[in-house]
Structure formats: structure tokens, C-alpha cells
Design a protein. Structure first.
Length: 321
């Protein structure tokens, strides 16, 4: 294909189908996605406000939780508003650049979340296995640096992938059988060999997520060994409760991600709408559940949110009077 024709085809917008085969039910399908998005915004905003306003929560562990809240809000906002536009208004068109920007945000913040979860496992490892040096090793400034490093790492490895993908000519069709610009669904529309971008994405996913999951497993293995050596059963239960929320979020993130990825790669005889729904729920449900898990598992966050709600209620009553 000539350069001129390639530039022309790559300037045309894509069309999102939503949920293939279930277009007639889009209005009903939109209800749970709208609900999860509202709860994601409310829940994560409450966590951020609680950590911001309660000085007792100005510690590395809660800073990492705040980073996850920012990631969840950004992640959801990159996907759900356009998805609801498809469901509600049949606004299926998405610009070529907008499609890859959305894909960049999805992949980048997935990598960033993996890095923050690794940092959280390191935080708990230091707090439980080497508590006397905790405040020396994990200062507030160092915590922020770790968060920025996770962001830089995610953006750094995804930028070359976006360059490779946008360089491909897309001339087969403009219809993406999905409710967002899902990587594999978009690549299938290319009329050139995408093996280089496929190889790069495979290497990045293996090295990035694979290495993070190995180090996280090692950290919690060391934590479990240290906890079992504690003389007091109460101390052991307290330590396990502290790590319980982190482990729940890690399992939700990695198991859900692997399930979604493998269903996109291999159909396993499932209908296309099932594959799309699994991918959609993976992008929308964990960001909603994360702050709920914090509220249930992390007592300090729960108390901070209740304190914030009491302050808001008292302010509303005083203004009414």
C-alpha cells in the first residue's frame, strides 16, 4: 500500500459495535456499567479525600492505596464514558487517534497498577519483616518516587507499542467488534503483518507482569513465614488482616486480567458477546471493588471514610440551620 493511501485509511475513524449480537439489549446492559462507574468515582474519591484530610493516614501504605484510587478513576474514565455513549446514544464512531489514546491509557495504567501492587507488597514486607527500619526505608518522598517510577515505566514500555500499532495500515474494515478499542480486536483490522507488535506486546507482558507477580509472590511468601513465627496468635491475625486487602486486590487484578486476556486470544468455543462482556467487566468491576475492599479490610481507611462522612453531614446540618 502506498504511503498516501496508508495515511488516508489511518485518518478514518473506527466504529465500535458495543456488545456483538446483543445490540438490542444495549440500554439494559448499560445499567450495571453505569452503576459501577458511579460507584467507582464515589468510592475512590472517598478514599482519596480520607487519606488527604486525615493526617493519621499520611503513611506510605495509604499513599499507595491513594495511587490505586487515582489509577482506578483514570482507568474507568478512559473506557466507560465512551462505552455508555455507544450503549445509550449509538455513538459508535471513535477517531483513529482517540482509539489509540484510549488503548494507551488502558495498557499504561494496567502496567502502572501492577507496579503499585508490587510496591505495596514491598511496603508490607518491610513493615512486617523489618519494622524497625520501615520509616527509614519508606519515607514519604521515596513513596512518591516509586509511584512516579511506576508511571514512567508503564508509559515508557507502552509508547513503542503504540508507535508500532499506529504505523500499521488499517484497510480491512473500520468496525471493531468490541465496546472499546481492545488491542487484539484492533490489530485484527490491520492489512499488514502485525507480528512485530505482537512479539513486542508479548515480551512486555511477560517481563513486566510476569516479573511483578513473581516478586509479589516472593514478598508475601516471606511475609507469611515471618507472620507464622510471631509468638502471639493475636499478632499473627492482625498481620494477616493487614495484608488481606492487598492479597484480595492482587488476586482480583491478576486472575481477572489473565482470564480476560486468554478469552480474547482463544475463544474456547464461547460466543463473541461473552468474550466482550468478560473484558468489559474486567475493566469496570475491579476499580469499583477496590475501595470497597479497603473499607472492609483496612480499618484505618474505614475509620477515615466514616470521619469524613460525619464531617460532611455536620457541615450540611450547620448550613441548613
Amino acid at each position: 500500500m502506498s504511503t498516501t493511501n496508508r495515511s488516508y485509511t489511518n485518518s478514518l475513524p473506527f466504529l465500535l459495535t458495543g456488545i456483538p449480537g446483543l445490540e438490542a439489549l444495549h440500554m439494559w446492559i448499560s445499567i450495571p456499567f453505569c452503576f459501577t462507574y458511579i460507584m467507582t468515582l464515589l468510592g475512590n474519591s472517598m478514599v482519596l479525600l480520607a487519606v488527604r484530610l486525615d493526617k493519621s493516614l499520611h503513611e506510605p501504605m495509604y499513599y499507595f492505596i491513594s495511587m490505586l484510587a487515582v489509577i482506578d478513576v483514570t482507568f474507568s474514565t478512559a473506557v466507560v464514558p465512551k462505552m455508555l455513549g455507544v450503549f445509550w446514544l449509538d455513538s459508535r464512531e471513535i477517531g483513529f487517534e482517540a482509539c489509540f489514546i484510549q488503548m494507551f491509557f488502558i495498557h499504561t495504567f494496567t502496567a502502572v497498577e501492577s507496579g503499585v501492587l508490587l510496591a505495596m507488597s514491598f511496603d508490607r514486607y518491610i513493615a512486617i519483616c523489618n519494622p524497625l527500619r520501615y520509616t527509614i526505608i519508606l519515607t514519604s518522598s521515596r513513596t512518591i518516587q516509586i509511584g512516579l517510577l511506576s508511571l514512567a515505566r508503564g508509559a515508557g514500555v507502552m509508547t513503542p507499542l503504540m508507535y508500532l500499532l499506529t504505523s500499521l495500515p488499517y484497510c480491512k474494515t473500520r468496525v471493531i467488534p468490541h465496546s472499546y478499542c481492545e488491542h487484539m480486536a484492533v490489530v485484527e483490522l490491520a492489512c499488514a503483518d502485525p507480528s512485530v507488535s505482537d512479539l513486542y506486546s508479548l515480551i512486555v507482558a511477560t517481563l513486566l507482569v510476569g516479573a511483578d507477580s513473581v516478586f509479589i509472590t516472593f514478598s508475601y511468601g516471606m511475609i507469611l513465614r515471618s507472620v507464622m513465627r510471631l509468638p502471639s496468635q493475636e499478632a499473627r491475625l492482625k498481620a494477616l488482616r493487614t495484608c488481606g486487602s492487598h492479597v484480595s486486590i492482587i488476586l482480583l487484578f491478576y486472575i481477572g486480567g489473565l482470564l480476560s486476556m486468554y478469552l480474547q486470544m482463544f475463544s474456547f468455543g464461547l460466543a463473541p458477546h461473552v468474550q466482550v462482556l468478560v473484558a468489559d467487566f474486567y475493566l469496570t468491576v475491579p476499580p469499583m471493588l477496590n475501595p470497597i475492599i479497603y473499607g472492609i479490610k483496612v480499618k484505618q481507611i474505614q475509620e477515615g471514610i466514616f470521619k469524613l462522612l460525619r464531617q460532611l453531614a455536620a457541615r450540611s446540618i450547620s448550613q441548613a440551620d
